[in-house]
Design a protein around this ligand. Structure first.
Ligand code: GAR
Length: 203
């Protein structure tokens, strides 16, 4: 059965766009039914609306705590019968409520080779550290930020002539290539988790 996907994004939404485009040119094996943001001004919401995808935001500051905020999000996820949550630049930590409800059904993309350069500044931190190879990681989300079992990684080389801006562009190019592939594997039931390891099952 085709999976119903919710993409969570806080900002520009270029990874969301890559997923939308992949489903236009090819097939993710699932449909993006919802785009959610914690920020009403996120450009990702505009991208979704342009493609007639249900899109909306809830402001977390209107809630006493993060759990109450997530109760509202869960209502919408259930209404849309969402199977998979894809975090694409969602810069707001999930609580055990959603993580528990969607155990092994939340993917995240991180702009570095985990476990290096965790956090919200993965690109800048790797660049400033002077590392020669960084990259992109797609992983399942567990209780700890940037920690769950790794599905896919791809390297990005930093040449000594690269500016931060140039390096960032290289990272995004790789992100846009591998995230749709990882989502497609999930939608095709090709990912098997054994502890920290993820096995990609054959076709
Ligand atoms: C992406 O580079 C993604 O890897 C990063 O936010 C960016 C969102 O870009 N996520 C994290 O740093 C999570 N720790 P986008 O809005 O253009 O897709």
């Amino acid at each position: 059965m085709r999976k119903k996907i919710a993409v969570f994004a806080s900002g520009f939404g270029s990874n969301l766009q890559a997923l939308i485009d992949f489903n236009t040119d090819g097939d993710l094996g699932g449909d993006i039914a919802l785009v959610f943001s914690n920020d009403p001004k996120a450009f990702a919401l505009k991208r979704a609306k342009k493609h007639n995808i249900r899109a909306g935001s809830i402001n977390p500051s209107g809630f006493a705590n993060r759990q109450d905020f997530e109760v509202e999000i869960l209502k919408i996820l259930k209404e849309e019968k969402i199977d998979l949550i894809v975090l694409a630049g969602y810069m707001f930590l999930l609580t055990p409520l959603i993580i528990g409800e969607y155990k092994n059904r939340i993917l995240n993309i991180h702009p570095a080779l985990l476990p290096s350069f965790k956090g919200t500044r993965g690109i800048k931190d790797a660049f400033e550290y002077g590392t020669r190879i960084s990259g992109v990681t797609v992983h399942f989300v567990d209780g700890e930020p940037d920690n769950g079992p790794i599905i896919m990684q791809a390297p990005v080389f930093i040449s000594q002539d690269d500016t931060l801006d140039e390096f960032e562009k290289k990272i995004h190019k790789v992100e846009h290539k591998i995230y749709p592939q990882a989502v497609k594997l999930f939608c095709g039931d090709k990912l098997k988790i054994e502890g920290r390891k993820v096995e990609i099952l054959p076709e």
